[in-house]
Design a protein around this ligand. Structure first.
Ligand SMILES: [Zn+2]
Length: 202
């Protein structure tokens, strides 16, 4: 067992921080020691902010994005084009597309993608409310912005098939982004190109 060089409270925090992406044990120790030098009031504010992540953040009841109130800032913005719906796998993709300034419609978060080997079937995706939105909100075009890897492509084809009889244009984002990339972390220039060069699915 590794020797413990730090008091228990410091070790505990370092172990929690080391669970974050990109933070190894050494960085976690450095961050913990840096925070140890903070004023108690600042540490209390940080503790409160951590608690609020789950207490204050809600899921937008319209699109599935993260929000402060029942509707996210996009769904509650009257300037957004409600006839245009961009379908994404996760809410992580929304800030990436927003930063690209290439899209002025609304979003719909699927909450995953089809991955039969991981037990993700159509019943696990947020499809009921998607159908309802397409029918009730007079949507004219849906843009399938699932990732350009195998499962993302399969999900896009499934959705294109699902809505082929609806009176709606179905397009797929173009590949401004590398094949196999995780769209949650795509750069915004590539994302803008992908949205602008989307093509209709026949
Ligand atoms: Zn929303």
């Amino acid at each position: 067992m590794a020797k413990n060089y730090f008091p228990q409270a410091i070790q505990n925090l370092a172990e929690s921080l080391a669970r974050l992406p990109g933070i190894g044990p050494r960085s976690a120790e450095r961050l913990t020691m840096a925070m140890f030098n903070w004023k108690s009031t600042d540490l209390q504010i940080l503790a409160e902010q951590l608690c609020q992540l789950h207490e204050k953040v809600v899921v937008c009841e319209n699109c599935g994005n993260l929000a402060d109130t029942e509707l996210c800032f996009i769904c509650s913005d009257p300037r957004r084009d409600r006839a245009l719906l961009c379908i994404v796998e996760t809410f992580l993709q929304i800030p990436v597309i927003e930063k690209s300034s290439s899209f002025k419609g609304l979003y719909h978060v699927l909450g995953g993608r089809l991955a039969p080997l991981d037990g993700m079937g159509p019943e696990n995706l947020n499809l009921q409310s998607l159908k309802k939105r397409i029918n009730e909100d007079k949507v004219q075009e849906i843009i399938l912005a699932t990732s350009p890897d195998m499962e993302g492509q399969a999900t896009a084809h499934f959705l294109a098939d699902l809505f082929k009889d609806d009176d709606v244009t179905i397009s797929r984002i173009a590949l401004g982004i590398p094949v196999g990339a995780d769209l949650s972390f795509a750069d915004s220039a590539s994302m803008a190109m992908a949205i602008n060069q989307r093509r209709e699915i026949d």
